[in-house]
Design a protein around this ligand. Structure first.
Ligand SMILES: [Zn+2]
Ligand SMILES: [Zn+2]
Length: 94
């Protein structure tokens, strides 16, 4: 990723998420070039990350997603439109 100083690469807000441009799934979770490669990482704030995952296309068409370990889990869709729990403690590797 271009920025490593904790700034969202899209809007300049403080970044909270290390987003994987190629999304992690069960078939690539063990590929270090996907999970750890700088070329595949992007620092995003929560807002931009939510948009990336939920704002546009239905790249995930159902209500399932993968957790940090690549396990399929049900999305935590709270009524307030925040699909992720607050992640202030650490960068979520999604
Ligand atoms: Zn942002
Ligand atoms: Zn992501």
């Amino acid at each position: 990723m271009k920025s490593r100083n904790g700034i969202c690469e899209r809007c300049g807000e403080p970044a909270r998420i290390v987003h994987h441009k190629v999304w992690i799934n069960a078939s690539n979770i063990n590929d270090p070039s996907i999970t750890l490669g700088w070329d595949n990482l992007e620092a995003l704030c929560q807002t931009c990350h939510n948009e990336e995952h939920h704002g546009s296309a239905d790249r995930i068409k159902n209500d399932l997603e993968f957790d940090e370990d690549g396990n399929v889990i049900k999305k935590k869709m709270a009524g307030d439109g925040q699909p992720y729990p607050p992640s202030s403690k650490h960068f979520s590797k999604l």
